[in-house]
Design a binder for this molecule. Structure first.
Ligand SMILES: [Zn+2]
Length: 152
């Protein structure tokens, strides 16, 4: 870190402390050249991730919406909630670890389908039939709702 006093690029960290709320680390640094002390803060970079729908409309990635969709597909199926949570966590990890700021609803749909295929045939078919037809998670969610209500 460039010394604010002499511009030297070398310093040593003399103290590191986690902030009370745990969201950043405060480091006291000392310039090796002039001895000036200064403070830096380190935080986790959190860039919002967006889902891009077929129409090109962007909306914030919301894992809860995806979970709701999966729960609907698995309604009245002998699928343990732990399996669903596992799939949801997997999808979330894939999306956040991709380091992309945008992910298409199509990609998300494919991830859900691939996951459901391993968990439950009926849930997979329910999801894919409706999803493939609509190719858009938003309309899928509402369509799934009426689809399941009709069957009751
Ligand atoms: Zn300095």
């Amino acid at each position: 870190m460039k010394c604010p006093n002499c511009g030297c690029l070398e310093d040593k960290v003399i103290d590191s402390r986690l902030s009370e709320d745990g969201v950043n680390i405060r480091r006291r640094r000392e310039c090796v050249s002039c001895g000036k002390r200064f403070t830096t803060y380190e935080t986790i970079e959190t860039l919002p991730i967006y889902i891009v729908k077929k129409t090109g409309v962007r909306e914030p990635f919301d894992i809860n919406k995806i979970k709701t969709g999966i729960l609907k597909a698995c309604e009245k199926r002998p699928v343990p909630i732990t399996e669903i949570d596992k799939l949801v966590a997997e999808i979330e990890k894939k999306v956040t670890n991709s380091l992309q700021q945008e992910v298409s609803s199509h990609e998300i749909g494919n991830m859900v389908m691939a996951g459901l295929k391993k968990i439950d045939d009926v849930a997979y078919v329910r999801f894919s039939v409706v999803y493939k037809e609509f190719k858009d998670l938003e309309s899928w969610f509402s369509e799934m709702e009426s689809y399941l209500n009709e069957r009751k």
